[in-house]
Design a protein around this ligand. Structure first.
Ligand SMILES: Nc1ncnc2c1ncn2[C@@H]1O[C@H](COP(=O)(O)OP(=O)(O)O)[C@@H](O)[C@H]1O
Ligand SMILES: [Mg+2]
Length: 241
């Protein structure tokens, strides 16, 4: 498949993306020229050791942060052309985000956590109810809908977070190390669920992980080292390292 063909069908295209963090007077380059086209189909996994830049890259793709340089196209939109407000709107409308530590609101029930993004978006009560109940049932949590996060296991919390990410039917969902705080069996069930939802709903799904199990479920694996992507062959070899 040619690079051009891939780029045309891509959910995300990154061209020579750089990002540095400045702490005091010290600037540390964290992403050093990323070129990547991420398909709209299947599960794409971004792997690499801690500190290699996975979260930073996902935050750029998720429009939570902006690159210093380079061109970033998300769902056919050149994100540099958007103002900060437009960028937040774009993110809310199109992108779901799943965090390593679940990031649920502790004072809201499972159902209310899932419903919350719809409330923020001004969706009417009937539609909110239908969409939230559907999303909760898709992650197998209907019977736990009225529990608070503190009354749920880690796996159940992550399921709530997945339902919340999917409830607005985003075209792109990003998950930053979604299994890192779970035991391996629970992690496996979460990855299987993600895989199943991804293929059912034809969502572009990008997961960062250094979990071998996650890679086994991936349709594509991209390997990062020190803020750069490894060339394909090195990336394949790195999987066995
Ligand atoms: N907000 C920040 N301020 C300063 N340095 C940061 C910040 N976020 C990440 N970094 C640094 O950027 C590098 C990459 O971090 P990160 O993207 O979190 O990697 P990963 O997710 O692969 O562990 C690390 O060296 C980290 O210390
Ligand atoms: Mg990280």
């Amino acid at each position: 498949m040619s690079k051009l063909y891939e780029a045309k069908n891509a959910a995300v295209v990154l061209s020579d993306i750089t990002k540095s963090y400045r702490v005091g007077s010290i600037t540390t380059p964290v992403l050093r020229g990323i070129d990547l086209a991420i398909s709209r189909e299947g599960l794409s996994v971004l792997c690499g050791p801690s500190g290699s830049g996975k979260t930073t890259l996902l935050n750029l793709i998720g429009c939570i942060d902006r690159p210093d340089q380079g061109k970033l196209t998300v769902l056919d939109t050149d994100v540099a052309s958007l103002s900060d407000n437009e960028l937040s709107d774009f993110r809310r409308e199109n992108i779901g985000y799943i965090f390593q530590n679940f990031n649920l609101l502790p004072v809201l029930t499972a159902y209310e956590n899932v419903e919350y993004p719809l409330q923020l978006a001004g969706v009417g009560a009937n539609e909110r109810k239908a969409l939230s109940e559907l999303a909760l049932s898709q992650v197998g949590l209907s019977e736990h809908r009225d529990k608070f996060p503190s009354q749920l296991s880690g796996g159940q919390r992550q399921r709530v977070a997945i339902a919340r990410a999917l409830v607005k039917r985003p075209s792109l969902v990003l998950a930053d190390e979604p299994t890192a705080n779970l035991d391996s069996e629970t992690g496996e069930s979460i990855i299987s669920l993600i895989k199943q939802l991804q293929s059912q709903h034809h969502i572009a799904f990008v997961i960062s992980s250094h979990d071998q199990l996650v890679r086994q479920h991936a349709d594509r694996v991209y390997s990062m080292r020190d803020g750069q992507l490894l060339p394909e062959q090195e990336a394949r070899l790195a999987q066995f390292a």
